[in-house]
Design a protein around this ligand. Structure first.
Ligand code: FES
Ligand SMILES: [Fe+2]
Length: 334
């Protein structure tokens, strides 16, 4: 097992710019619960690593995704959040677009022979629905979705997610680089120190994180009452953590808001009798514990005292996997 990523990768805006291209504009990213994008006119607008995106449902029911950036003077087409819209009209000066993103009318613009409507369309993004989720890929040449999701899909196959409805969202803002939080999510080495109540429920001598495929990893541990409550804790590169049980799931996305701030977005799904309040309470406790350490680690990474560390062969193979994938798309020599 080699060294960790260098500390400056966690604080350097230029590294973040490379990640925006090599990770966030290249991979399939989970964007929204499918329950928010079911009927014509519904939309979800959110930023993905500094790319404002929206996905909407066309009148014929198909999903369409666009950069939320008007080709006139970069106004917004829909405000961030979710809801229903009857048309795609820029909120700034009122240019109107078809559901395919083509410019239909430039309101009260005046006579300009140089305005070619065909060159003034919204920039589209690729969209795919998979089970309870909608994914986007911002790149021009996305990986073929079905083969990209297949290994993760196989790991999720035992769970009847379609029996679970969307119930609740929780968003937390962390003062750390997104990788600081992902590194932390990927290992159980810290559990006995940081999460006392979780640690008591698990047989930590059996805790391990396996990387069955380049696209995802899985946490495994016996509980003090037997197997991990019939659930699975999965992480799909680059930012989707799915903690799924027979009666519900807690779906966690780690989304950078610049190089030094991270949103952790939890979406909770449950069967009708599932206790969502208990799921929210448990994840809040664990997140409080993780957030305090991740923010402290970030301050230490910023201090200049630490250059790089070593990863545990026993516990941090999945951190090595994640960091190896990042090294393959960020072009610096260190
Ligand atoms: S920026 Fe969209 S119409 Fe002006
Ligand atoms: Fe943790």
């Amino acid at each position: 097992m080699g060294p960790t990523l260098p500390a400056h990768w966690y604080r350097d805006p230029e590294i973040f710019e490379q990640e925006r291209a090599g990770v966030w504009a290249s991979e399939w990213i989970m964007f929204a619960p499918a329950a928010k994008l079911e009927t014509p006119g519904q939309y979800v607008a959110e930023e993905v690593a500094g790319y404002p995106i929206f996905v909407t449902v066309e009148p014929d029911g198909d999903l369409r995704g666009f950069h939320n950036v008007c080709p006139h003077r970069a106004g917004v087409i829909v405000w961030p959040g979710d809801g229903v819209t009857g048309n795609l009209v820029c909120r700034y000066h009122g240019w109107a677009f078809g559901w395919d993103g083509s410019l239909k009318a430039a309101r009260d613009f005046g006579d300009d022979p140089g305005l070619c409507p065909g060159e003034r369309s919204l920039v589209s993004v690729h969209v795919k629905k998979w089970r309870n989720f909608v994914f986007v890929c911002l790149g021009d040449n996305p990986p073929e979705f079905e083969s990209a999701i297949a290994p993760f899909a196989d790991a999720c196959a035992p769970f009847d997610m379609e029996a679970m409805s969307y119930r609740h969202r929780l968003v937390r803002v962390l003062k750390c680089n997104w990788k600081t939080y992902v590194d932390n999510y990927l290992e159980g080495y810290h559990v006995p120190l940081i999460h006392p109540s979780l640690s008591r429920a698990l047989d930590m001598s059996t805790y391990r994180v396996e990387v069955p495929d380049e696209s995802y990893c899985i946490h495994k541990s016996d509980t003090t009452e037997g197997s991990p409550a019939g659930g699975a804790w999965l992480f799909r590169y680059p930012n989707l953590a799915l903690n799924v049980y027979p009666d519900g799931m807690n779906v966690e996305r780690i989304i950078p808001i610049g190089h030094e701030t991270t949103h952790v977005v939890y979406d909770y799904f449950a069967i009708e009798s599932g206790d969502v309040d208990a799921m929210v309470e448990l994840s809040n406790v664990v997140l409080d514990e993780d957030a305090a350490m991740c923010e402290a680690v970030q301050r230490n990474l910023n201090s200049g005292v630490y250059q790089a560390g070593r990863l545990s062969p026993r516990h941090e193979g999945s951190v090595e996997w994640f960091q190896r994938r990042l090294r393959s798309v960020v072009n610096v020599s260190s």
